[in-house]
Design a protein around this ligand. Structure first.
Ligand SMILES: C[S@@+](CC[C@H](N)C(=O)[O-])C[C@H]1O[C@@H](n2cnc3c(N)ncnc32)[C@H](O)[C@@H]1O
Length: 196
């Protein structure tokens, strides 16, 4: 049951490093921020990282001067993030679908959307729209190729993500990531979309 925190929490037990954890921020973050800057996102803006895991992306954003919320519904993920990075980030043990902590100026979504069961994607996109201020940015790193493995993560073709986003977002950028971690090169892409 990937919609339940217990499913994910198990991966973090005894301080384990889950298979997806890269021990540092994804290189795609720099590319996302460069594109977002062209759309007006600057340090000082509020950014949320849903499904933040051990918090590497959230901490990198905070180090750049953003006001960051790292949110995950697995308690051990949030504890691990706080232990690694302290209080430079506001850590929140919350469910993305129900949190009332926003709204934010931007979302940096790295392997949270693809962690969802595909039938939850419309509600997920709706939650993204609901948690952003008007004009806010949804930055998402997603896989189009999961090497034939059963999910999660679940691959999402670029056109499917475009269709998912378009009712509530203007798609500004949707293209292969150019600076992937070697383990993910050629398999992931970046969405930058503005809330209508
Ligand atoms: C594949 S992991 C990715 C973690 C992190 N982004 C990283 O790249 O290391 C997905 C994360 O999303 C979290 N998650 C899944 N569904 C969630 C939900 N509805 N609300 C908040 N967090 C959720 C899980 O607990 C897990 O930590």
């Amino acid at each position: 049951m990937t919609s339940h925190p217990d499913h994910w929490n198990r991966h973090y037990e005894a301080g384990a490093r889950p298979e997806w954890d890269m021990a540092k921020a994804t290189p795609v973050l720099a590319e996302a921020l460069a594109l977002a800057a062209a759309s007006g996102l600057a340090p000082g803006a509020s950014v949320v990282v849903p499904g933040c895991g051990y918090g590497h992306d959230a901490a990198a954003l905070a180090a750049l001067g953003f006001e960051v919320t790292g949110l995950d519904f697995a308690p051990l993920a949030v504890q691990g993030a706080r232990a690694r990075y302290g209080d430079a980030v506001r850590w929140a043990q919350e469910d993305w679908f129900t949190t009332a902590l926003g709204p934010w100026d931007a979302i940096f979504d790295h392997t949270c959307l693809v962690a969802m069961d595909p039938d939850r994607r419309p509600a997920y996109a709706e939650a993204c729209a609901g948690h952003l201020r008007p004009g806010g940015l949804w930055l998402a790193v997603a896989f189009h190729d999961v090497q034939g493995r059963p999910g999660p993560p679940h691959a999402i073709p670029r056109d499917d993500l475009r269709r998912l986003a378009e009712p509530r977002f203007e798609v500004l950028h949707l293209a292969e990531a150019t600076r992937s971690h070697p383990r993910r090169a050629g398999r992931e892409y970046l969405l930058v979309a503005r809330r209508r």
